[in-house]
Ligand binder design. Structure first.
Ligand code: SF4
Length: 428
């Protein structure tokens, strides 16, 4: 192996891959069999993220940054004047094994530009996963990007070797996609997603009858949307997201703030801030919709098509709906408790458990870990010092904002550099 050439390719293809945020998470249970290498069961994949949410625990690269398409928002598009490179299948296999052995990574996230055509590219991605599993006996985590338009047969094979599959929607609306990626058709994304969903269902039902049936894509499928490249509202984004969660049983939809990379009058100009805070608010909204029992209509509607960036979406909803408050934490049901700003689902469970034994007061709520600087204005408990003064939404907002600090500073941190000891990342 020519180390210098491999290093150069790695620099180019790891850098090009950093714009994809859909690599995080796993939940896969692939046990180590036959004394193989790696094991994603039990401990799963270690979740380490840069401060802006990008995953750093996987070897995250493109197979190639050559591409026959010209999507305006993409650094890899064919008209962009950048250095190009391509790995051979065996080179990716060797890198993965070598980095895994050195403890640099827990798995592989492999994406690619499209060279020649969708199937030609997908075939090579599948071959990497197949070689890792069958020749190297690798049981670590593998996430493969599916190439839009890839054949059903290749998609079926991909899910037999990869833990997770994903195909990116990229632009939340069809009009936006037409504007920025006229060569792409929505159906090209939908087809592989549908195939993956159907295969997951089919393999699961076969497994009930035949125990030896393999698990197809055990960590499911995910997708990603670029935020802020076109003028879509947050409501449009969340409706698109809800459609993909429901229709294709997505494990996750990722939101990636658009990073201006070139001069193009269809796109925000270079130097425009990456909408990191908006990205964070969308993730919070996504969470409220999936785990807190909110509907999109409650959080985003005609009057409020966009999320407020200075406060989180639950607080924003509460301030618009003060008639539901204060909530009595000693009697309210789970659904209402989950709506109190500053109270997470874990705290809801703790409250329900603790109030079986005693009436809860201020000190109990603090011990449970509730964020009292927000919650105190929206609840009552057994402590008499709890005051429920009549305050307007504007007064409450200013009181709360006066005592809170945000960790979001809008800085964009790049992907972990595998060759620098002082890489600019914060891991949790
Ligand atoms: S097809 Fe994918 S890699 Fe190619 S330009 Fe479009 S987004 Fe980029």
């Amino acid at each position: 192996m020519n180390f210098e050439r491999i290093k150069e390719k790695l620099n180019i293809l790891a850098d090009a891959a950093k714009y994809d945020v859909s690599c995080s998470s796993s939940g896969s249970k692939r046990a180590n069999k036959n004394k193989g290498l790696g094991d994603s069961s039990g401990m799963g994949i270690c979740h380490t993220y840069t401060e802006d949410g990008r995953c750093v625990s996987l070897l995250k690269i493109l197979l190639t940054n050559h591409c026959i398409f010209d999507c305006a928002y993409c650094v890899t598009r064919k008209s962009n004047d950048v250095k190009r490179a391509a790995f051979k299948v065996q080179e990716v296999v060797n890198l993965t094994i070598n980095f895994y052995r050195r403890n640099y990574i827990e798995g592989l996230f492999l994406s690619s530009g499209i060279f020649k055509n969708a199937d030609y590219t997908m075939e090579r991605l599948v071959l990497v996963a197949k070689k890792l599993r069958l020749e190297e006996n690798f049981n670590g985590y593998i996430h493969l990007k599916s190439i839009p338009g890839a054949s059903d047969e290749l998609m079926r094979e991909a899910g037999l070797y990869a833990d997770r599959l994903s195909v990116n929607i990229e632009i939340p609306t069809e009009q936006g996609l037409k504007l920025l990626a006229p060569d792409k058709k929505r159906e090209d994304f939908i087809k592989p997603m549908r195939k993956v969903k159907n295969e997951i269902i089919q393999y699961k039902s076969e497994k009930k009858l035949i125990k030896s049936t393999p698990i197809y894509a055990p960590a499911g499928q995910s997708t990603q949307m670029i935020i802020g490249a076109t003028g879509e509202t947050d409501a449009q984004i969340m409706y698109t997201s809800a459609y993909f969660y429901k229709e294709f049983q997505m494990k996750r939809v990722y939101y990636s703030g658009y990073i201006p990379i070139s001069h193009d009058e269809r796109l925000p100009s270079i130097g425009t801030d990456v909408p990191m805070l908006r990205e964070n608010r969308l993730y919070q909204t996504d969470w409220l919709l999936r785990f807190y029992g909110f509907s999109i209509q409650e959080l985003l509607n005609k009057e409020h098509p966009n999320l407020e960036t200075d406060i989180d979406p639950k607080l924003s909803w509460a301030l618009r709906n003060l008639q539901h408050f204060p909530v009595d934490v000693n009697y309210a049901d789970r659904r209402l408790l989950a709506r109190i700003p500053g109270v997470g689902m874990r705290s809801v469970d703790k409250i329900i458990n603790a109030r079986r034994y005693r009436k809860l007061g201020w000190e109990h709520l603090k011990a449970i870990g509730i964020s009292m600087n927000r919650a105190q204005y929206f609840l009552v408990c057994a402590s008499s010092q709890f005051e429920t003064k009549d305050r307007t939404a504007a007064q409450l907002k200013s009181l709360i904002m006066g005592t809170s600090s945000s960790k979001w500073r809008g800085a964009y941190s790049s992907q972990l550099n595998l060759f620098e000891s002082n890489a600019n990342v914060t891991v949790s």
